[in-house]
Design a protein around this ligand. Sequence first.
Ligand code: ADP
Length: 503
Amino acid sequence: YQVDQRKVIQCNIRDITERKRAEEALRESEERFKVLHNASFGGIAIHDKGKIIECNQGLSEMMGYSRDELLLMDGYLLIAPDSRELVKNNVAADFEKPYEAFGMRKNGEIFPMMLEARSVPYKGKTVRTVEFRDITERKQAEEKLTASEVRYRRLFEATRDGIFILDAETGMIVDVNPFLVELLGYSHEVFLGKELWEIGFFKDIAASKENFLELQQREYIRYEALPLETADGQCIHVEFTSNVYRVKHHKVIQCNIRDITERKQAREQLLKALEELKLSNAELEQFAYVASHDLQEPLRAVAGMVQLLQKRYQGQLDERADEYIRLAVDGASRMQTLIKDLLDYSRVERRGNPIKAADANEALKYALRNLETTIAEQGAVVTSDSLPTLDADATQLSQVFQNLIGNAIKFHGAQQPQVHVGVEKLADAWRFSVRDNGIGIEPQYFERIFLVFQRLHTHSAYSGTGIGLSICKKIVERHGGRIWIESQFGQGSTFYFTIPHRS
Ligand code: ADP
């Protein structure tokens, strides 16, 4: 402007740092709002009497309408027809708590949602906001849970185990199932709301608070054969198990009671029968021993006499008489062998040596020495693994080896007999094997061959009385083990037996 004919320029400088900052902050906050607006997982709308005037991206995504479609749309179109009345009423009443209603997407799909309305002051007016939340997944999970709760409830009610549930803090009984009521004969009311130690018949389980402490602290407890008294004074035996688990932040104890009276009785009967069997076995053994022992004497006399008869009168009588005498001598000597075998069999228990550390290699060597002639005659090849030292009756172990290897050589086929003695260490036992390349056995005879005097061949085809394997079985069982055979008919057999480890 002019001052005294001279032109001057006035420059005003205003510090607008603050304003710039404020603008910047506003822009940033708007940006942030936009991010929030679009990133929120649910849908949000501002409406004016039901007309949507603003909404976020989440609502678009949830409902399947574009933002432009939503703006100025009647908000009730987002609500499933069945829920519209409820929503309208809530809007009219300015209801501000979350509530469930059904929504409807653009494609007509109905889904459960949670709505929450709020009145927000805006430029001197009040606007209404609504938050939409899709709760399909939560509903599904809830339904699943209810289904599984129903299933478990049914189990609880139908099971033939008595179950009661305790509050782990107080020891109070919170639930009992119908079978427990039936089992013990007391009514529901007797149990519910009582503390465990108030109930007399649990006295052996948890009547005292100390026992309850144990129930509380150990996750799992099992008692077997606890006696319980029922309402009518009967004593039943139960198996008791308890499990501790959490329901939300609350610890509960579930106790299961199973009536095992019958099982116990059956077990007792079985034990009794076993005891009787043992006794009668022992008697039988005693009988076999006495009989074979006492039969030996007169048999020796008969055999001696017929042999004498043969020696003196052979060729002096007629041919038929010679044949009779020969048959009598033969029969007597066979009978002597049978009786000797029977005696050996009955002596497995009574003549057994104590079971103590024994070197199986030595036992095998001893057996092979006894078989020397047979091995040489048959040209057999016997090989073996290195065997362990184990707890056994060395003499009897050697007897088992001798019988099994003897058989493996005796029942050879066209090939040169080859026998291998193997061993394997199992978790609870040594498992020995005697494998041959002989004639083999058909599966239907796998059990029978271990019985006394059971043979698969005639005396003329293979010698023997059929006692060897029964003796092996008896010896192995005396050691607490098992014996069995695996075989391919015509290709060879493997006999297995176990000798358990002793601790
Ligand atoms: P024995 O050898 O005196 O006949 P065992 O009790 O030892 O009596 O055997 C019973 C039967 O089992 C034998 O007669 C034979 O038929 C069969 N057997 C045993 N060992 C073998 C084997 N290694 N291979 C084939 N058969 C066998």
